[in-house]
Design a protein around this ligand. Structure first.
Ligand SMILES: Nc1nc2c(ncn2[C@@H]2O[C@H](COP(=O)(O)OP(=O)(O)O)[C@@H](O)[C@H]2O)c(=O)[nH]1
Ligand SMILES: [Mg+2]
Length: 257
């Protein structure tokens, strides 16, 4: 492959982005694929993997706090904006690797990458046309139907903001009991079931809102139907790999075996 593919792991804080970066890298190594990890979170204190490319080499949250007399939240915002200014230097390092895949761990708080302009800027600068957003839906939050819908809406917002193909993943699926997993997947397949579960204890005034939101999700179709994945037991890694192939190569297998 000439041009590398970039997989951006995006999701709410704690949804498992850093863990999945580590676990998918492990899976790719085991299968003989050439993957490089990249950390884009300047505020990451400890990571479950040693990033090959690390934004902390350019931006230190502590230094931003000291320099601008900010607390951690303000410094996260400035750091996110600084991220875009470092794009040319990051690209130089990226080009040196000559890897097939870059697994990109995005900042802990989703709004820093999705709501500010730096996320789209970085994606376009590093990987225009060669980026997949792997959107993590946290299983723990998705057990509740409104938690699932809120995350699906965030996935739609991310798609809208980042303008790149997306795969949605039900992360940490190992924590779900079989019945819970089936329930979540059936909500994703059947909007009527989801509507029933979501409105059963909802005040009437908000039911129409649910109808409208679920209609938006139904119209967006397959893109948002998650597949289960677990960084704990490596379940679902092959499906993610297949989705990457289908998105960029029309299903052609790039296996090096
Ligand atoms: N059981 C289980 N826990 C996970 C999994 N992925 C992440 N976690 C845990 O969820 C928490 C948040 O994970 P992290 O990767 O830091 O999330 P991030 O904020 O999105 O980067 C950590 O305590 C992880 O150990 C998983 O697949 N299974
Ligand atoms: Mg993280």
């Amino acid at each position: 492959m000439n041009q590398p593919l970039f997989i951006y792991f995006v999701g709410t804080a704690g949804s498992g982005k850093s863990s999945l970066t580590q676990a998918f890298k492990l899976w790719m190594d085991r299968h003989g694929f050439d993957a490089v990890t990249m950390n884009l979170d300047p505020g990451a204190e400890s990571l479950p993997y040693g990033p090959d490319v690390d934004i902390r080499d350019w931006i230190s949250l502590r230094q931003v706090m000291d320099r601008y007399s900010l607390g951690p939240n303000g410094a996260q915002i400035i750091s996110a904006d600084l991220l875009a200014t470092k794009a040319p230097e990051i690209k130089e390092v990226v080009d040196e690797f000559k890897a097939d895949y870059f697994l990109v761990d995005t900042p802990g708080q989703i709004e820093l990458f999705v709501f500010r302009d730096c996320g789209k800027y970085i994606i376009d600068y590093l990987s225009k046309g060669r980026a997949l957003i792997a959107f993590l839906i946290d299983s723990f939050l998705a057990k509740n139907p409104s938690g699932l819908v809120s995350q699906l809406l965030l996935a739609v917002t991310s798609l809208f903001r980042l303008e790149a193909p997306m795969s949605s993943l039900l992360s940490k699926s190992d924590i779900l009991k079989d019945a819970e997993r089936r329930q979540i997947l059936s909500w994703c397949e059947d909007p009527d079931k989801l509507y029933g579960s979501i409105t059963s204890s909802m005040p009437t005034a908000y039911k129409q809102l649910s109808v409208n939101l679920l209609q938006v999700l139904a119209e967006l179709g397959a893109e948002l139907k998650p597949s289960c994945i677990s960084s704990e037991n490596l379940g679902g890694m092959e499906d993610l790999y297949t989705q990457i192939q289908e998105t960029f190569m029309g299903g052609e297998d790039l296996s090096k075996d």
